[in-house]
Design a protein around this ligand. Structure first.
Ligand SMILES: Nc1ncnc2c1ncn2[C@@H]1O[C@H](COP(=O)(O)OP(=O)(O)O)[C@@H](O)[C@H]1O
Ligand SMILES: Nc1ccn([C@H]2C[C@H](O)[C@@H](COP(=O)(O)OP(=O)(O)O)O2)c(=O)n1
Length: 420
């Protein structure tokens, strides 16, 4: 990676701890091969520092008998070389997790390379120009090394997306490989995919968003939780969230300052405010109502903007709320506006509360819900409404799985991989 990625402000190459030039592992000789291709590698006994050197990389012809497994990475590095690379003496690739010569050849071709394969060699000529690269959905053959190697194709000069079909197959040797990869990569936020799910209360946004995020391996933003947190923090700080008070400019200002300084921590569905876990307190109907009131204050909305944008991280985000598609992520490639009849929603909330052992009354739930819908959609700033390019999903007659499938189908149709 260090050999492929150009230096950027504050970042010049990659340092690997725990393996160094004194390593007795056979694969350390991969360093020699990477240097032959142009990587600048320096190091100490237990550390390596890799920088981009020659660029494009130097095409090589190499007997790989001494590094049979690590040489697979050279095959993908060959896509960035100036000319044709030949890796020889790799007959053992044929009898590993899969026939790795076939696998590497097939997947390199998908990306636009010209590949020749023989009984014990592979010869790779990269795409002639950036315009010859192709977006590709990489089949992983249940082979961890195939999945990891081809992640390097994401640095392609055409900035085309690359999909790794079964990223979890890396579990065999490096379960958090992709997390580690994303930690050291910088991506232009505008290129990180976002799916927005907006809609009224109890339409099932949170359930749908969490499930879609889980299936795609994306991050999750429950933006409503942030407004709930502001309501809760205001209560703790003794600040009123009554509508009349919030109309006073100095009270609105105080709430904005409070929102900007929120000390929150998220860990999956668990949330802490000032080091105190508030996950359950946040879900109460009272917290929802307070959230609805504070969310009408422009100073609060402005204060939460940067925090929300910060959730747009690799490999992607599913964001649920009221204004995800209209205000926060207007460039999102997929926006879903989720609805269900008010009666259905009240029923769902009722069942949800009862199942948690919380007493509830269906008539007052319906009344509260209609009041919240009205306030959320009639406020001046970022009101609840479908984005112009949102796809509407009325899930009154659908179960959760059907709604999830609908959104995943829409997403598949939006990606460049839909034909793959
Ligand atoms: N399509 C659906 N069909 C039936 N029940 C659903 C559906 N989607 C969500 N629910 C249920 O409705 C309740 C409210 O969903 P939730 O995701 O909390 O809504 P929101 O985030 O929009 O307030 C949950 O108990 C959830 O399991
Ligand atoms: N993006 C958002 C998300 C929530 N809000 C406000 C309006 C909502 O009534 C409250 C609570 O939102 P939340 O999504 O947690 O509520 P529900 O789960 O839909 O009942 O926050 C908002 O104004 N903008």
């Amino acid at each position: 990676m260090g050999a492929l990625a150009p230096a950027s402000p504050g970042r010049d190459g990659i340092t690997i701890e725990g393996v160094g030039l004194a390593s007795i592992q056979g694969d350390i000789r991969f360093v020699e091969a990477a240097r032959l291709m142009g990587a600048q590698i320096t190091g100490e006994a237990n550390r390596l520092h890799i920088r981009r050197g020659r660029w494009p990389l130097q095409a090589i012809e190499l007997d790989c008998n001494h590094i049979p497994d690590a040489a697979m990475t050279l095959a993908v590095m060959a896509l960035y070389a100036d000319g044709t690379t030949t890796l020889r003496n790799i007959a053992s690739w044929r009898v590993k997790e899969t026939d790795r010569i076939v696998a590497m050849a097939t997947e390199c071709r998908k990306l636009g390379a010209t590949v020749e394969e023989g009984a014990d060699f592979i010869r790779i000529t990269p795409p002639a120009t950036p315009a010859h690269w192709r977006a590709a959905s990489i089949h992983t053959y249940d082979d961890h090394r195939v999945a990891m190697c081809f992640s390097l194709a994401a640095f392609n000069p055409a900035s085309l997306p690359v999909r790794i079909e079964d990223p979890k197959c890396v579990a065999k040797t490096f379960p958090d490989y992709f997390e580690a990869l994303f930690d050291v990569c910088q991506a232009d936020a505008a290129r990180i995919p976002v799916i927005c799910i907006d809609g009224p209360t109890a339409s099932g946004k949170g359930t749908l968003a969490a499930e879609v995020a889980q299936r795609l391996g994306y991050h999750l933003l429950d933006s409503g939780a942030l407004y709930r947190l502001v309501g809760l923090a205001a209560g703790k700080a003794g600040l009123s969230t009554a509508e009349d008070d919030l109309r006073q400019p100095d009270q609105a200002q105080r709430l904005g300052t409070l929102a900007a300084g929120l000390q929150v921590r998220f860990d999956g569905p668990r949330i802490w405010l000032d080091s105190v876990e508030v996950s359950d307190a946040l879900r109460s109907e009272v917290a929802g109502m307070a959230a609805s009131r504070v969310s009408a204050v422009p100073e609060v909305r402005a204060a939460l903007l940067t925090l929300q944008h910060g959730f747009r991280r690799l490999p992607g985000l599913v964001a649920d709320g009221r204004d995800m598609g209209t205000v926060i992520f207007p460039d999102a490639p997929l926006k879903v506006y989720l609805t269900a009849s008010a009666e259905q929603r009240a029923q769902r909330r009722y069942k949800q509360l009862i199942s948690k052992g919380i007493a509830a009354n269906i008539d007052s739930l319906l009344a509260d819900l209609e009041k919240r819908d009205h306030r959320d959609s009639s406020r001046a700033h970022a009101p609840l409404k479908p984005a112009e390019d949102a796809l509407q999903l009325d899930n009154s007659g659908l179960d959760v799985e059907q709604s999830v499938q609908q959104v995943l189908n829409w997403w598949q149709g939006k990606t460049v991989f839909s034909g793959n």
